[in-house]
Design a protein around this ligand. Structure first.
Ligand code: COA
Length: 184
């Protein structure tokens, strides 16, 4: 079962990752501490680390994972970010979005475009009734992006952050319900 089918938006092309993307993914965002500041994973220290991560994503596609490589429509070979639907609790009827894009491409509306497209794709191609995304309460860009995609604030949760040695952080839980997607 494959779920990561290509998605085209006005300016982006979302496609499956290939192992060959690893070096550019490392250079473009996986090695950048500003990109990973609010993410759960540590900044990558080598191209091999990025290659291992991407290899796992590629091997998992056949099990129905959703891990898209974000590229510009004009330059489909160059990976500039990722957007993933984590399906930890599929029988509870939802999945959770995670995403990041290289710093060179921040503030151009690209992630809003990607999140809208992936949200629509998930509701069209799965039975999930809602999609969740969580952002650190200081990650204002991510929250704003989700709001622009019609995600609503559902709750704030104080949770320990493993990457910050268990420091308690406040996370804004954002969600969109299938019935609200007519607005997208
Ligand atoms: C958060 C992130 C995904 C936003 O992507 P982006 O492509 O720059 O977002 P967009 O250009 O679509 O902007 C969406 C909105 O957020 C606003 N925004 C973006 N960055 C912002 C920031 N740092 N502070 C405040 N607002 C910000 C934009 O201005 C826009 O709102 P507007 O149209 O009302 O002006 C990107 O900065 C990123 O990859 N950050 C690092 C990884 C990360 O934090 N991922 C999310 C984890 S929950």
């Amino acid at each position: 079962m494959i779920r990561t089918f290509p998605i085209q938006t006005p300016r982006l092309y979302l496609r499956q990752f290939a192992v060959q993307d690893a070096a550019r993914a490392y250079d473009n965002w996986m090695s950048d501490g500003d990109v990973t500041e609010f993410l759960s994973w540590e900044t990558h220290r080598s191209r091999e680390e990025s290659e291992r991560t991407i290899k796992n994503w590629v091997l998992s596609y056949e099990f129905g994972t959703m891990d898209w490589c974000i590229t510009l429509l004009k330059q489909k070979q160059e990976p500039i970010g990722s957007i993933t639907a984590v399906q930890d609790f599929p029988d509870k009827g939802y999945c959770e979005l995670g995403y990041c894009i290289s710093k060179d491409h921040w503030g151009k509306g690209y992630m809003t475009e990607a999140v809208k497209a992936v949200t629509g794709f998930i509701f069209q191609n799965t039975d999930y009734t809602w999609i969740q995304a969580r952002c650190d309460s200081e990650n204002h860009g991510s929250r704003r992006c989700l709001e622009k995609c019609n995600y609503k604030h559902a709750a704030d949760l104080d949770l320990p952050c493993a990457k910050r040695k268990g420091e308690i952080r406040t996370y804004s839980m954002m969600r969109i319900d299938r019935r609200d997607t007519v607005m997208i």
